[in-house]
Design a protein around this ligand. Structure first.
Ligand code: ADP
Ligand code: MG
Length: 207
């Protein structure tokens, strides 16, 4: 089994890249949210993630799980939009599994993404195929599970996960929405990428 580890500092660096990417891409995400939502997803998510900067700056104790739970709480309470509590739940559920760990392995990543997916499903009462962020999270989960079973290196697992994220995001274009604001459009939601699946894709690609 691969003994490679992701260190606490690497997690911090990933999260800083996430904050920067979401800030850079906020107009693109707002544009995706315009035809099928209320046009605010980019601003909402960029603001929510900007609020985690003080947590990243002040984290001294090397506890990956503690960090992710704290970030999850911040995300959950940082916005009135649907996505704050959903991303908050994902980070909290993932973090709980690695409390006190200074570094994590691929097996931990698998358990974390499983917990994140289950948390988002429970919280949003949604399923894969409803045209939401779950359509990005689920293929990433499957990809990491497969990489783990194949004993892939972290590098290989990461690259495969990113490709799966993008495919998942693109798959939402053909789906008719069944959850959130876009579901009100019914058939007319087809032909548009789901903004939440796109922000999740950016988060994975920042890895
Ligand atoms: P709001 O719809 O409140 O304006 P955002 O614009 O920030 O929130 O986010 C919209 C995104 O939230 C959607 O693109 C979708 O991916 C995600 N979403 C909405 N409802 C759910 C749900 N019940 N479960 C999972 N994801 C959801
Ligand atoms: Mg919106």
């Amino acid at each position: 089994m691969s003994q490679e580890k992701i260190t606490f500092q690497e997690i911090i660096q990933w999260l800083r890249r996430v904050v920067n990417t979401l800030e850079e891409k906020k107009r693109y995400l707002d544009r995706l949210d315009s035809p099928i939502g209320d046009g605010d997803h980019g601003r909402t998510i960029a603001n929510a993630f900007n609020k985690i900067i003080p947590i990243l700056d002040s984290s001294r104790e090397e506890d990956v799980g503690g960090l992710l739970v704290e970030i999850g709480k911040s995300l959950a309470f940082s916005t009135g939009a649907a996505t704050g509590p959903l991303y908050g739940t994902a980070f909290m559920e993932a973090g709980k599994l690695v409390k006190g760990k200074k570094e994590i392995c691929l097996g931990d990543c698998v358990r974390m993404i499983q917990a994140a997916e289950e948390g988002v499903k429970r919280r949003g009462k949604a399923e894969v195929g409803d045209k939401t962020m779950l359509d990005t999270i689920h293929p990433v989960r499957e990809s990491l599970e497969y990489s783990f079973s194949q004993n892939d290196s972290l590098e290989v697992a990461r690259e495969k996960a990113k490709k799966s994220a993008r495919k998942g995001m693109e798959s939402t274009k053909e789906i008719i929405s069944r959850k959130g604001r876009a579901s009100r459009l019914g058939e007319r939601s087809r032909g548009h990428i789901d903004p939440g699946s796109a922000s999740t894709c950016l988060i994975i690609e920042a890895w």
